[in-house]
Write a protein that binds this ligand. Structure first.
Ligand SMILES: Nc1nc2c(ncn2[C@@H]2O[C@H](COP(=O)(O)OP(=O)(O)OP(=O)(O)O)[C@@H](O)[C@H]2O)c(=O)[nH]1
Length: 331
């Protein structure tokens, strides 16, 4: 939400400044009697104004608004066409705000692509019309603007990505916060529905967690969970995601994993944990419940419930085991 609001403001201000800049260029041309250029600048200022209106209308969907690409392609095309058609080279300067605007508004790759295309075509045009020296001087200025803009945008998106990761992932363990389980599993279900790939999940309870907390304290239980999480990261595949639901419960989403695979990986986790030494409790074990999505499963809740049912059945029978709960079980 905050990112969306920030983008809406940045895009809005960028379009507004571009519209004002073009309007000023238009007025200058009017003063010197270049009526043709005045009207073109006016039309382009209106186009930048429509970009501003589009930004305001789509203020809640700024991160996915596709219309900016159309507005910017039209503006870039208009500058090129004006430069090609005009006798004077002044229209070449109009490219400057657009090079920055492309980078500010579009995703980095699209923005950079459009700005580089404009840079190359503009330089070629200048070479034909004004000669190599003028063209190279303009090329240098435009290239510096694109380079600086792209670096700033890249730096911003890296920082935004890190901030995003920090809120979704617990930096001390690398596991996802439990509050994102529902949303992420729902996304995986949609992906599995669309692609037809299997999807499995595992609920994992640390056995005798209450006794560990009572005998050794809560900090020991937290430390044990962290060690188990570290161990799990050494076992699971890169595409699997791990969630911390409580001090003693973890959850795994396993995309592209059929029932046999879920059984294999759950048993591997159980065995590794049971066979390892843990400090300071020495030994530990886990109860695992797993399930695989059936075509009728479209709700994350059903999968989460089935996996928890499996883990709790194992706990009731002493723990240190795996129970697969098929989708046909009534919840
Ligand atoms: N999601 C997930 N599935 C796993 C993992 N390890 C094993 N599996 C599943 O268990 C099946 C058999 O795994 P393995 O016994 O390791 O055999 P494998 O042929 O070496 O497994 P892969 O090369 O990982 O497919 C795999 O095809 C997967 O479906 C894991 O870490 N994550």
């Amino acid at each position: 939400m905050i990112e969306t609001r920030l983008r809406t403001r940045t895009h809005g201000i960028a379009y507004l400044l571009t519209a004002l800049f073009l309007l000023m260029l238009g007025l200058l041309n009017l003063r010197y009697g270049f009526y043709g250029l005045f009207f073109i600048a006016l039309a382009m200022a209106v186009l930048a104004g429509s970009g501003l209106a589009y930004t305001i209308m789509n203020r809640r969907q700024q991160l996915i608004a596709k219309g900016h690409f159309v507005v910017l392609c039209t503006l870039n095309g208009a500058v090129l066409a004006t430069s090609a058609a005009s006798q004077s080279q002044v229209a070449g300067h109009w490219a400057m705000p657009l090079l920055a605007l492309n980078l500010l508004i579009l995703p980095l790759r699209e923005g950079l692509g459009l700005s580089l295309l404009l840079l190359v075509l503009m330089t070629l045009l200048l070479m034909l019309k004004a000669g190599t020296t003028e063209a190279l001087a303009a090329f240098g200025g435009m290239a510096m603007l694109i380079g600086t803009g792209a670096l700033a945008v890249r730096r911003y998106s890296t920082m935004a990505q890190s901030a995003n990761d920090l809120t979704i992932i617990d930096p001390s363990t690398g596991a996802h916060h439990g509050r994102f389980l529902d949303e992420n599993l729902q996304q995986e279900i949609s992906r599995a529905e669309a692609t037809g790939h299997p999807l499995s999940v595992i609920a994992l309870d640390i056995d005798h967690a209450n006794e560990v907390a009572t005998l050794h304290g809560n900090d020991t239980l937290t430390a044990l969970q962290r060690q188990i999480i570290q161990q799990l990261f050494e076992i699971i595949r890169a595409g699997d995601t791990l969630y911390t639901l409580s001090q003693s419960t973890l959850f795994l989403i396993l995309p592209f994993t059929p029932e046999e695979g879920a059984r294999v990986i759950a048993e591997r986790i159980r065995r590794t944990i049971a066979e390892r030494q843990w400090l300071p409790v020495e030994s530990s074990s886990v109860s695992l419940g797993c399930t695989t999505r059936l075509p009728a499963d479209s709700e994350s809740n059903a999968l989460i419930k089935r996996a928890h049912i499996g883990a709790s059945q194992v706990r009731k029978t002493g723990g240190n085991s795996v129970r697969f709960v098929p989708g046909t079980v009534a919840l």
